[in-house]
Design a protein around this ligand. Structure first.
Ligand SMILES: Cc1cc2nc3c(=O)[nH]c(=O)nc-3n(C[C@H](O)[C@H](O)[C@H](O)COP(=O)(O)OP(=O)(O)OC[C@H]3O[C@@H](n4cnc5c(N)ncnc54)[C@H](O)[C@@H]3O)c2cc1C
Ligand SMILES: NC(=O)c1ccc[n+]([C@@H]2O[C@H](COP(=O)([O-])OP(=O)(O)OC[C@H]3O[C@@H](n4cnc5c(N)ncnc54)[C@H](OP(=O)(O)O)[C@@H]3O)[C@@H](O)[C@H]2O)c1
Length: 264
């Protein structure tokens, strides 16, 4: 008998951030499933959820929790016409979900040398990968300063913002303040004005030095290490702007100061 490539897990909790659009869910975790912060799992569901069938639809989802935390957490958008996300959104506690035994992906912090400023730039659910990194205490000692920029359409889509605001004031609970990175959280919306924030795309903020102004220091390749995650047009456009500034993806074993991941 061939061994299965996936395990069957159980949904533990579901939380809706924006009804019908954005939710997160936690699941049980196979004891042998290991990953690095920033990696993704392949989640599977059967086409007919009501039947006890083998999974046939698979999608990539970044882990939200840190590798050392129990269980697994995922944060998802609902694409109304999508094949997978509406099915995922219909699950409740006790339902089955299938998870590939291997974690995948290269949006991990070992792409960068230690020290300097870590800039985590994302749109929408691209936040997931960074939540995992930020919940990993080692991230806080690897860099001097960390900036997270979350670009969304409207304020209601700023999921996990209470947690992120708390970390920006107090650091990660359980991590000593001394030797820990200073963390700045910059939420930006494009289709609604947020108090005290520019209403602008991340790319516009890179181009016009708005990020440096909001963070209080320069976005420069000498000290900065940048990750881009989420909408592929944002990733392409931001990558171009950052390349023009001297940022580069690592090649052939050399560490770079730019790393990117597209969600579709
Ligand atoms: C490496 C990787 C990690 C990913 N991690 C996550 C994650 O943590 N959370 C998550 O919600 N999705 C994530 N995705 C996207 C996810 O795999 C699915 O594409 C998504 O859930 C929609 O699935 P679907 O079958 O309903 O629609 P699909 O047929 O897969 O997509 C249809 C269309 O929906 C749009 N779309 C797809 N995903 C998103 C999204 N995340 N946000 C906004 N629009 C989208 C695009 O226009 C896409 O062409 C990731 C994708 C990759 C490649
Ligand atoms: N948001 C909704 O109202 C809504 C409702 C129901 C379902 N959905 C589903 O959700 C999906 C969209 O999800 P989403 O709103 O999280 O993702 P999104 O469309 O990628 O938008 C997220 C943020 O990224 C910005 N952005 C888009 N392209 C960019 C680029 N090239 N450079 C810089 N920034 C860029 C957007 O700005 P702009 O605002 O300027 O585009 C927005 O601020 C759709 O596919 C749809 O199926 C959305």
């Amino acid at each position: 008998m061939t061994e299965s490539k996936y395990t069957r897990q159980t949904v533990s909790t579901v939380k809706w951030w924006v009804p019908g659009k954005l939710f997160s869910l936690t699941t049980t975790r196979d004891p042998s499933f290991s990953f690095a912060a920033g990696q993704f799992a392949r989640l599977g569901l059967p086409a007919n959820l009501a039947a006890d069938e083998e999974p046939s639809i698979w999608r990539a989802y970044s882990m939200v929790n840190a590798p050392s935390q129990d269980g697994l957490e995922f944060y998802s958008v609902v694409v109304p016409e999508g094949e997978f996300s509406p099915r995922l959104a219909s699950l409740g506690p006790g339902d089955s979900i299938y998870i590939d035994k291997t974690a995948f992906g290269f949006l991990t912090l070992d792409r960068f040398a230690d020290g300097g400023d870590l800039w985590l730039l994302c749109t929408g659910t691209g936040l997931s990968a960074y939540l995992s990194m930020l919940q990993d205490p080692s991230t806080w000692t690897k860099f001097d300063r960390i900036v997270l920029v979350h670009g969304v359409r409207t304020a209601s889509e700023l999921a996990y913002n209470d947690l992120l605001e708390a970390w920006s004031h107090d650091g990660l609970p359980g991590t000593p303040q001394e030797g820990s990175a200073r963390f700045t959280y910059i939420p930006v919306a494009t289709r609604q004005a947020l108090p005290g924030r520019p209403q602008a795309r991340i790319t516009t903020l890179i181009e016009e030095d708005g990020l440096a102004e909001l963070a209080g220091f320069d976005l420069a390749p000498e000290r900065g290490k940048v990750m881009l995650c989420g909408n592929p047009t944002m990733v392409t456009d931001a990558r171009k702007l950052l390349t023009e500034r001297g940022f580069a993806v690592g090649r052939r074993g050399n560490l770079g100061n730019l790393a990117v991941e597209n969600y579709w």
